[in-house]
Design a protein around this ligand. Structure first.
Ligand code: XIL
Length: 397
């Protein structure tokens, strides 16, 4: 890897460490890192700890705690929904910019970096687009042009304000899909073929020369068999390698990090190894949507501590595994949680058979859970020689 392709964000971290170290620690008032925010503690390593932001919750005047934590605890923010195509262009040709603009303004006011989410995805597309393709009134050729226009328009509007863009989201199938051999799935691959992925990155780059352009997906936290027919991480790795070899401007791979305590899950070194392997391709990495849900058994719902505690503990451990792996790999630029409090998590609404929840780092009353404390300790106890400032790639032209 050529050194000049890389710029270090370590300077920021060094400056921050210097600032922290100048805090006078007197015998009467010793410096206490546990009182610092995740944002401040992460930036000591140049790492942006972020959250997805739900605009309804943010604008709910009866829920001031949400806004307070969203603005103070995190160094980076992602719009949970308002930058998705169905939200931006509900009617063909008529853009609804206000919520996304408000989100970007919020970040600016709080000096937070923005992860743009999301330009190309098969979900949350406007009905006029999907039904137009289904009834044949939008041709394949027109669809490709609509996608180009969408990417260009959105990236252009927020040019200079977006740190990382999720350009393509969840393009790869899962082993439980049909056929079970991993493949490019969903609306875009079906209608345009897999070439839309390279096109999307090129169109995004043409509109913003400086944003870091990411591919984003779930279930790619660790390698499995190594066979791309059933190992999604390997499939995404091979895809990224091939895009880079073709000169496609992909700068990063985002691992969503939606985990559940009922699954096998990974240890820190497995996840570290995966991040390192991606880093070997010259791309940045990030955890982009971390949450760790649990099944809400009858016992959990009845408030049975013997059922609740091990789940909270396992959730915290999984949050921590991803954080430690991220800290260990210098190309891992950010760690974003997908909502920070159980009262505004997408999990109960999406995973309801069986019901799941308890997926975030604060409980429903904004009390920090074990997961929050573990993330904090991971950040506090990390440092040289194994944890070093982040290194960001220069956006690829
Ligand atoms: C989810 C939101 O959290 C929900 O509010 C919405 O109803 C559906 O989408 N992967 C992604 C995110 O990339 O955009 C999804 O967000 C969660 C899964």
């Amino acid at each position: 890897m050529k050194l000049r392709q890389w710029s270090t964000v370590g300077l920021v971290a060094v400056a921050t460490v210097a600032t922290l170290n100048t805090v006078p620690a007197t015998a009467s008032r010793p410096y206490d890192p546990t009182t610092q925010s995740l944002a401040t503690l992460g930036l000591r390593h140049g790492l942006h700890v972020g959250t997805a932001v739900n605009m309804d919750a943010l604008n709910d005047a009866s829920d001031p705690q949400y806004r307070r934590l969203a603005s103070s605890e995190f160094a980076s923010v992602t719009a949970e929904n308002v930058m998705k195509w169905e939200s931006l262009e509900p009617t063909r040709g008529t853009y609804n910019w206000a919520p996304a603009d408000q989100f970007v303004e919020f970040a600016k006011r709080n000096r937070q970096s923005v992860r743009g989410h999301v330009l190309v995805w098969h979900n949350q597309l406007p009905a006029w687009l999907t039904s137009g393709v289904a009834d044949g009134s939008i041709s394949k050729q027109e669809l490709r042009e609509l996608l180009r226009k969408h990417i260009t328009t959105v990236v252009n509007r927020y040019k200079g304000k977006i740190w990382q863009w999720d350009v393509v989201n969840e393009a790869v199938s899962d082993p439980w899909d049909t056929p079970s051999t991993l493949h490019y799935k969903g609306f875009w691959a079906q209608n345009l073929g897999p070439g839309y992925i390279a096109d999307a990155f090129r169109w995004a780059r043409a509109a913003d020369p400086k944003a870091l352009l990411f591919y984003n997906d779930y279930n790619i936290e660790a390698f499995g068999s190594g066979n791309p027919a059933d190992d999604k991480t390997q499939f995404v790795y091979d895809m990224t390698k091939s895009l880079r070899a073709q000169g496609v401007p992909i700068d990063g791979v985002g691992s969503q990090g939606h985990l559940g305590t009922q699954y096998g899950n990974f240890d820190t070194l497995q996840v570290t190894a995966a991040l390192k392997k991606f880093a070997g391709l010259g791309v940045a990495t990030a955890f982009t949507e971390v949450d760790v849900r649990s099944q809400l058994t009858e016992g959990v719902q009845a408030g049975n501590a013997e059922e609740i505690n091990p789940r909270l503990q396992a959730s915290a451990a999984n949050f921590s595994v991803l954080m430690k792996a991220c800290l260990a790999v210098r190309s891992c630029l950010s760690y974003t949680v997908w909502g920070f409090s159980d009262n505004h998590s997408w999990v109960p609404g999406w995973f309801d058979d069986p019901p799941e929840g308890l997926a975030t780092i604060y409980d429903e009353n904004y009390q920090p859970k074990r997961a929050y404390q573990e993330l904090k300790s991971d950040l506090i106890f990390a440092g040289p020689p194994y944890v070093l400032p982040r290194i960001a790639p220069r956006p690829r032209r």
